[in-house]
Design a protein around this ligand. Structure first.
Ligand code: ADP
Length: 172
């Protein structure tokens, strides 16, 4: 029985994350998606919101579960007896960051192996920070996230109307 964990901020979950989740769940018997509650990071969505969105997104998949964790990811894996840590890679920049992170994790917990899954080219440029920015400026993000995440983003950034709020005069 091979169990793996896929940790991340998922602020918010994107189609890129979901693709990695699906592919990892096909490689391993069980996959635990770990929502990292990083207190040093200001997130748009609370850990509860991120947990709930991911939970709904994988609800139909028997071998995927979602938890949140406030601490070192390797401590979670050690506590659960999980030896495989999955991370996604979009390109060279991700790789150098992820490689270094994996070295830190190796130093902290040598028994844990990091497994990289390269992105599907369709999601090469998708990143949560970009989606938050597009949403904040009223751009269209529907092709980048699953529908329930799109709905949650619309709630965070209610339509700013037809710019009438910026008009100062009376009726034209
Ligand atoms: P972090 O944990 O660094 O805050 P995220 O929550 O954004 O990052 O992402 C979690 C993991 O998913 C990381 O390994 C990241 O590289 C990967 N990932 C994010 N977006 C994509 C994508 N579009 N394709 C492949 N992997 C991705």
């Amino acid at each position: 029985m091979t169990k793996a964990a896929f940790p991340g901020s998922f602020d918010p979950p994107t189609l890129g994350h979901l693709n990695i989740i699906e592919r990892a769940a096909a490689l391993f018997d069980e996959l635990v998606v770990v929502v990292a509650e990083n207190p040093g990071k200001t997130c748009l969505f609370s850990p509860e919101e991120r947990l709930s969105m991911l939970g709904d997104l994988v609800a139909a998949r028997r071998n995927i579960s979602v938890v949140s964790w406030n601490g070192l990811i390797v401590e979670f894996l050690k506590q659960q007896g999980i030896r495989i840590l999955v991370r996604g890679i979009r390109g060279g920049v991700d790789f150098s960051y992820e490689f270094e992170l994996s070295m830190w994790n190796k130093a902290l917990a040598p028994q844990i192996e990091t497994v990289f899954i390269t992105t599907d080219p369709r999601y090469l440029v998708l990143r949560s920070s970009g989606i938050r920015e597009v949403a904040a400026f009223g751009g269209s993000f529907e092709a980048m996230v699953p529908p329930l995440v799109a709905e949650a983003l619309r709630e965070k950034f209610p339509a700013r109307g037809d710019s009438s709020a910026e008009k100062t005069g009376g009726p034209e």
